[in-house]
Design a protein around this ligand. Sequence first.
Ligand code: FES
Length: 274
Amino acid sequence: TTTTTAPEAGTGVFSRTRARITTRTLRTDRWWLPPLITVIGLAAFVIYATIRSFVRTAYWVPDYHYLTPFYSPCLSTSCVEGASHFGTPFGDLPVFLPLGFLVLPFLLGFRLTCYYYRKAYYRSVWFSPPACAVAEPHAKYTGETRLPLIIQNAHRYFFYVAVLISLINTYDAVIAYHGKTGGFGLGLGSLIITGNVILLWAYTLSCHSCRHIAGGRLKHFSAHPVRYWFWTQVSKLNTRHMQLAWTTLGTLVLTDFYVMLVASGTISDLRIID
Ligand code: FES
């Protein structure tokens, strides 16, 4: 255990009204394990997603119309032919800008301000606090009342954008049923992309802000049966929000990785209907 010297008058765990315990925690279990696993998981995703977003290779399979979610929508003339489903309103992009530059900040903002991810990185990265009954190293606690953490309150707006992005991803999934010679086709890639989109919807709709939008600020549920029904459904999904947050990180990587393998010619897509 680490010892900390409590300053005379402070805030948080050093405030006058708190018990004067000089050790950082009295816990003897491996309380540091969950934050450690969390930070490894988050870091692995961030490193993978950053590299893939910048490389500009193997993100589109022209034969089967598979587009990785990291490059969707691809709106610049730097995108390979066929990958721009919504036109190319932007010209060539400099190499330091990812081709998905328009949505990536919103996706990042959506996840960074997510209620679940806040819990995850406040504990594992920010140590505020690292675990129950383990004192944080910070001398001051200002919560989410000032910059930069006050931005957390914008989560609802990131949610609106996330819904739009999910619609775009749904379009990408529909067109991923494309045969090599045109018409309908079905491959393992189509199924992976579809599975990812379904889970992304589940994650997005299980959002706490979504739950509040559906059924919040109502005095009487009985007077709003439709909103009550939506709220009930979202509430059921909401209990799985943490699992969906992690599952979708995994399916995003899996989808991108599969598209990369097929697009680069490393493997060929398993075709069920060509
Ligand atoms: Fe997690 Fe909104 S609370 S996405």
